[in-house]
Design a protein around this ligand. Structure first.
Ligand code: GLA
Length: 373
């Protein structure tokens, strides 16, 4: 491949309907791509320089410097993809995005997935969507050091418009099926409420929850905690755990059942069934997994009270966004109500936007550019 070969790819953020934190615990997750996305243009260079640019911010170094922990901040997600692919030549990477970052909507997976797909096109690698998701996952988990699961990259790369992805993490590699996801066909809009509370996945709560769930699995004698849902004497076994681990395990085993129920509802186009299931999902995330926060709890309670037929927190938690289903006639009321509730408490105004199930990552252009100087 000669210097100047270039490709542009776009990859979406995602929103989870149900199945929170089950990806690293061997369960199933139900997610859809947003219409908002990140675009990456990669251009192969004739030297060993790597330049990662977004707006006026640029990181640069040598491709030989790309080792885990060496690149600070957001450029590490792009540099990590070069590292995970074993790229040995210089590359220019230009990024732009309309996804809010740190909002629980997978802006980091959109970034790494867009770079992975653009490089696949520019270098003519011919990798599958599953293989590219694994590359993007390794960039985040090994290069950046975020202890996440494999869900976000897979949804970003494999999603289909008008569909949700039911991704199964029971095996060594995730497998997935697509389900119809057209809430508009049932007279509902899908709203995302970004609380503007930010959480860094590399530190704090997310990694703690992961460790606690893994400890609960060991105590219950199962390989992955989602497997505990099939234990015949589950209630007795939970009663024998320390309270904290019992809560984590209760959330996970109940969430496994909710995923099955929400998937069945989507198959049947029965969006009304989601109300109590998402209520229970939010309550479990708040009380048992303890990944919610006052802003998410207020957002969910307010939108439910103002006419949303279903709502819950979504994503890794400790901030970020809630997802809600709202009849179009109530969208304005719901949006105003959540804004007013936040204002009353003196909190930063939330951002509310509507989305349909968007398309997965796509190559927008491939060709040649003048080799970067
Ligand atoms: C983050 C992680 C995912 C997943 C979700 C919670 O988005 O990156 O791997 O664990 O949280 O469902």
């Amino acid at each position: 491949m000669t210097a100047g070969a270039s490709a542009t790819a776009a990859a979406p953020g995602r929103v989870n309907l149900i199945g929170e934190h089950l990806d690293y615990l061997g369960g199933r997750c139900l997610s859809l791509a947003l219409e908002r996305r990140t675009t990456a243009t990669v251009t192969l260079r004739g030297d060993d320089r790597v330049l990662v640019r977004s707006g006026r911010r640029t990181w640069q170094g040598s491709v030989t410097d790309l080792v885990p922990g060496a690149v600070p901040g957001w450029p590490a997600y792009a540099a990590g993809v070069l590292w995970a692919l074993g790229v040995r030549r210089g590359v220019d990477v230009a990024i732009s995005s309309d996804l809010p970052s740190g909002a629980g909507l997978s802006s980091s997976a959109a970034l790494s997935s867009a770079v992975a797909l653009a490089l696949d096109a520019a270098l003519d690698l011919g990798l599958s969507r599953g293989e590219l998701a694994e590359v993007a996952y390794r960039a985040e988990s090994e290069m950046v050091g975020a202890p996440t699961g494999r869900l976000d990259q897979l949804v970003s790369l494999a999603a289909e418009p008008g569909r949700a992805l039911l991704v199964d993490f029971a095996g060594e590699r995730p497998t997935w099926e697509v389900l119809p996801c057209r809430p508009d066909g049932s007279g509902l809009a899908l709203l995302v409420v970004d609380t503007r509370v930010r959480h860094d996945m590399r530190v704090g709560g997310y990694g703690e929850r992961r460790a606690e769930c893994e400890a609960a699995a060991r105590r219950l004698g199962v390989r992955l905690l989602a497997d505990a849902a099939a234990l015949p004497d589950l209630a007795d076994r939970l009663a024998g755990l320390p309270d904290l681990l019992a809560r984590r395990a209760r959330f996970v085993t109940e969430e496994v059942a909710r995923v099955g129920a929400v998937a069945a509802a989507l198959h049947a186009g029965d969006w009304d069934a989601l109300g109590p299931l998402l209520d229970a999902g939010h309550a479990g995330a708040r009380d048992d997994l303890q990944i919610s926060c006052p802003e998410l709890d207020l957002a969910v309670a307010t939108v439910r009270g103002a006419g949303a037929t279903a709502a819950r927190m979504t994503g890794g938690g400790f901030g970020g966004s809630a997802v809600a289903l709202v009849p179009p006639a109530s969208v304005e009321r719901v949006t105003r109500a959540v804004g007013a509730a936040f204002e009353e408490r003196g909190w930063t105004a939330p951002q509310v936007f509507a989305t349909a199930a968007g398309r997965g990552a796509e190559v927008l252009r491939r060709g040649r550019a003048a080799p970067p100087a």
